[in-house]
Design a protein around this ligand. Structure first.
Ligand code: KIV
Ligand code: ZN
Length: 551
């Protein structure tokens, strides 16, 4: 990299927009959405979708509620043409869905595009040509005037052919491609020249799409550009201002959101941000960002996992694990403090005491988009005791006492650290069983019997100590007190039972009950033990032996 990047790169000039209004506005409703998955997204795939895949994705987009779908570039390939024809001839688009097609300002391409649309109920014809200084200089070698002429010629060719689409409700759309890198005055000039041809009215608007074809500045600059156009363009009320951002600086979503504040009406983008280079705007994120602010996005992502599956199958792309809302790890907390906070937040939400969702670290309820909060917590070496306890409880009904969580959490973490991967609930249970339940040395239970008389309990215990039989008797005010006393009679250093809890294990477990016991030694140190048995008394005896075996 250069020591002095300014010798090669320059900053993007700000827009002169005194009294800009967008920073003071708030979003309050959903825009008109247009999916460009089947065109912009498709053209960026190593292997573009075949007709079958496009049909499946089209169906999925309709199911989400998209009413405007750019179905392709029918003049660019036979697949795109055939796909468009199948949608129309097989009547696959619902009555309220507009089929949008893209075309450059060339007569042969425009003719073919019109052919592809015959019989369509609703169609958007989307004309574009590039307007930025770099495109004018490097690609076309055309002056500003010549660029305006290209746009006007394209618009005129389209206008002249409209009678070919009798019976079709047609809406016209123009994009000055690379708008955000174009001088604002010139962008306005080109657009107004196209408007001169199409003559939109408030009753018959045209779509003016303003692409951030390549992100060149911070998103506030794009917002300024949108507000500048909204303020300065003639006949604003005859236009549907549309945004089309890409993601080169990773601010495609931000640019769109600020562009909406700046006065835009419509948003183009793709599912999960598929598209050229770093992708198009991710429509799912923008829609769910609205949703998490309490605004109905007018798109339904109730089963985001299923949508993601269709998308991945059709496009061959993967949704990254950290993609907002949709990524595999989005509702997963690895850090112990996050897990703890989420657990408490979900518990509070379950009480119904809160009107509005306010669970730490979870922007929305995963259940609203078909994701499960069971996915929320997994355990890796960074997880705290809360995550470990949560998995044992939610998957196996093992409710560790709080203090025991503090003991077992670090033990589990050490195991997970050695494995160097995250672990499942079943693996955690195995760790717990090995640590507490399955220890048989030095002490192992052979037999334990009690009888009580006058409030006193007497016990007879037969144990194995390092494999050798040991028998003793003891007495106390309960079976455990009798056991503790019995140990002293065979010279085991004094200990006391400081905590005790038990519960039934969930159905399907091999044993009926589990006991947790903490013992405290004369030197002040303590240990937890756990025991499982169909007999609750024996479960607690086993728990004492487990604690002694862990000394
Ligand atoms: O990114 C872009 O500028 C485009 C246009 C064709 C609208 O995709
Ligand atoms: Zn694009």
């Amino acid at each position: 990299m250069l020591k002095n990047p300014s010798s090669k790169y320059r900053s993007f000039p700000p827009v002169q927009l005194p009294g800009r209004e967008w920073p003071n506005r708030v979003l309050s409703r959903a825009p008109i959405w247009c999916s460009v998955d089947l065109r912009d997204g498709n053209q960026a795939l190593a292997v573009p979708m075949n007709v079958g895949q496009k049909l499946e994705l089209f169906q999925a987009l309709v199911k989400c509620g998209f009413k405007e779908i750019e179905v392709g570039f029918p003049s660019a390939s036979n697949t795109e043409f055939t796909f468009n024809r199948r949608l129309i001839e097989e009547n696959r688009a619902p009555e309220d869905v507009w089929l949008q097609v893209l075309v450059q300002a060339r007569e042969d391409l425009i003719d073919r595009t019109f052919e592809s649309l015959v019989g369509a109920r609703k169609a958007v014809i989307h004309l574009y040509n590039s307007t930025s200084p770099a495109q004018r200089r490097v690609v076309f070698g055309l002056s500003k005037d010549e660029i305006v002429k290209v746009a006007v010629r394209g618009a005129t060719l389209i206008q002249d052919r409209l009678p070919r689409l009798k019976g079709t409700d047609v809406m016209l759309q123009y994009s000055p491609e690379s708008f955000s890198a174009t001088e604002m005055e010139f962008a306005k000039e080109v657009v107004e020249a196209v408007m001169e041809v199409w003559r939109p009215t408030p009753q018959r608007k045209m779509i003016l799409n303003l692409p951030d074809t390549v992100e060149v500045a911070t998103p506030n600059v794009y917002a300024d550009q949108i507000e500048w156009i909204c303020r300065n363009i003639k006949n604003r009320d005859s236009l549907i201002i549309s945004l089309h951002t890409h993601n080169d600086r990773c601010t495609g979503v931000a640019a769109t959101e600020l562009g909406l504040l700046a006065g835009a009406d419509r948003v183009e983008g793709t599912l999960f941000g598929n598209g050229e280079r770093t992708g198009n705007l991710d429509l799912v994120t923008v829609a769910l960002n609205l949703y998490m602010q309490g605004i109905d996005p007018k798109l339904d992502f109730s089963d985001l996992n299923a949508l993601r599956e269709v998308y991945e199958r059709c496009t061959g792309m993967d949704v990254p694990a950290r993609q907002p809302y949709a990524g595999e790890l989005v509702f997963t907390a690895f850090s112990g403090s996050h897990q703890d906070a989420i657990k408490k937040g979900l518990a509070e939400w379950a009480t119904g005491s809160q009107k509005h969702w306010d669970v730490p670290y979870l922007t929305i309820d995963p259940a609203d988009i078909g994701r499960e909060y069971r996915e929320v917590i997994r355990v890796n070496s960074q997880s705290g005791k809360g995550g470990v306890a949560y998995l044992l409880e939610s998957e196996f009904g093992i409710v560790l006492p709080k203090e025991m969580q503090r003991e077992f959490g670090p033990i589990a973490n050490q195991h997970v650290d050695r494995l160097a991967r995250e672990v499942s609930g079943a693996e955690l249970k195995t760790m717990f069983w090995q640590e507490y339940i399955e220890r048989t040395a030095p002490w192992q239970l052979e037999r334990f019997e009690t009888e009580s008389r006058n409030g006193m309990v007497r016990c007879r215990a037969r144990l194995l100590r390092d494999g050798k039989p040991v028998e003793f008797k003891g007495e106390g005010n309960g079976p455990l007190a009798a056991l503790v006393h019995g140990f002293t009679t065979i010279g085991v250093p004094r200990f006391e039972i400081t905590q005790y809890s038990e519960h039934a294990l969930s159905a399907g477990e091999e044993a009926a009950a589990i006991s947790y016991i903490q013992i405290k030694l004369g030197n002040g140190s303590s240990r937890w033990g756990a025991g499982v048995d169909t007999n609750i008394e024996l479960a607690s005896v086993r728990a004492v032996l487990s604690a002694l075996n862990r000394l």
